[in-house]
Design a protein around this ligand. Structure first.
Ligand SMILES: [Zn+2]
Ligand SMILES: [Zn+2]
Length: 364
């Protein structure tokens, strides 16, 4: 029995602990050896390519949920396809780290006189970044996007060549810098602002819905059992969304709402064409002087009318219920992070209420 219980471990002498560790390390090596053989077959059948991944490494990162450098080391051993390295792993005499360094070097000489750090720096000196490596770096570019199982979030990862990566990074940083300050007392990490910047760049590519107002209504299914303050909503044949996203859709686009019971029985179809009429929209933006009305903002970037009393709380499309917001305050602060406009604040110096995470509506 190679896996010991806590009680058994407590009984061991120092010598026995040492030997137990050796046995476990050998067991770990044998498991890695078995993984490597499976991955070699995966690589041979070009399964990563079929999954839209460029390389076995990328596939291993997603499939085995390991860091890219770990994936590289595992893939290197799989690809080395060396009986000697496989035997070393199965015998457990040499650690996986050492075997993977040897695989990268294209060697089966265990170099037992060098430790892992020494072996690695030796290889670094041997390796030069030539034309082939340069081209490989370009050819290994990819961007993977994976929705979570319930499609409530997306995970992105990828790899870009040196120059392209730098250009993308610079552009994201620049757009992130342009975003207005986060509301007082709410710090945003650089990573959060980069995510906003990436979405903003893509959102710019979207054709503006107004003033034609000819957008196709989004159909939203609302599960009526949640009650008016806790609606459960889905965009038809789309992702699962929560009340905050529903509110954003209600604010921005014409929608068809289909209410139904939890058993899926349709209860009725709500008003379609609930979009703000183009005339009202133009009036509101002009009335507010073409500027974001949040106190201290004054940005004019992609202004959008927002419902002060939200649609879920019976707010209507009357101009008195609408105020102009810049893209950042509308998309990120209000609909993204759940801040609300203080209805009592002056029309051109709107104050924001911090988010209420309980999901209930503000008191009438
Ligand atoms: Zn809005
Ligand atoms: Zn603003």
């Amino acid at each position: 029995m190679e896996i010991l219980t806590d009680a058994q471990i407590a009984e061991l002498t120092a010598d026995e602990l040492d030997r137990a560790l050796d046995r476990l390390r050998a067991l770990g090596s044998r498991i890695r050896a078995a993984e490597v053989k499976v991955l070699r077959e995966v690589d041979r059948r070009q399964i990563p390519l079929g999954d839209g991944m460029r390389t076995l490494e990328d596939w291993v990162v997603g499939r085995m949920d390991v860091r890219p450098d770990t994936a590289r080391r595992i893939a290197a051993v799989a690809r080395a396809d060396s009986a000697d390295l496989d035997r070393m792993l199965v015998e457990g005499a040499v650690s996986f780290d050492r075997v993977s360094e040897l695989a990268k070097a294209g060697s089966t000489d265990p170099r037992l006189d060098l430790d892992i750090v020494g072996l690695r720096s030796l290889l670094a000196r041997q390796k030069e970044f030539g034309r082939a490596e340069d081209l490989d770096s370009y050819e290994s570019r990819f961007l993977a996007m994976q929705p979570s199982l319930d499609e409530s979030a997306w995970k992105l990862w990828g790899r870009l060549p040196a120059l392209e990566g730098k250009i993308v990074a610079n552009a994201l940083e620049e757009v992130a810098d342009e975003l207005p300050e986060a509301p007082a007392g709410h710090r945003e990490s650089r990573a959060v602002r980069r995510a906003d910047a990436l979405f903003l760049l893509c959102d710019r590519q979207q054709p503006d819905r107004e003033p034609s107002g000819a957008a196709v209504p989004t159909t939203v299914i609302v599960d009526a059992t949640g009650g008016p303050t806790h609606p459960k909503a889905w965009v038809v044949s789309g992702p699962r969304i929560g009340p905050a996203t529903l509110e954003r859709i209600l604010c921005g686009s014409p929608i068809d709402v289909i209410a139904r019971t939890s058993d899926g029985e349709p209860l009725g179809i709500g008003n379609a064409s609930t979009a703000i009429p183009p005339k009202t929209r133009r009036y509101v933006l002009a009335r507010d002087g073409g500027l974001c009305t949040v106190d201290g903002c004054g940005s004019s970037y992609r202004l959008q009318p927002h419902h002060i009393r939200e649609r879920n709380s019976h707010g209507d499309n009357h101009h008195a219920n609408l105020t102009s917001l810049c893209w950042y305050h509308h998309h990120v602060v209000i609909h993204g992070r759940g801040f609300r406009i203080d209805p009592g604040s002056p029309p051109y110096r709107r104050r924001l209420h911090p988010p209420d995470r309980s999901g209930s509506d503000p008191p009438d």
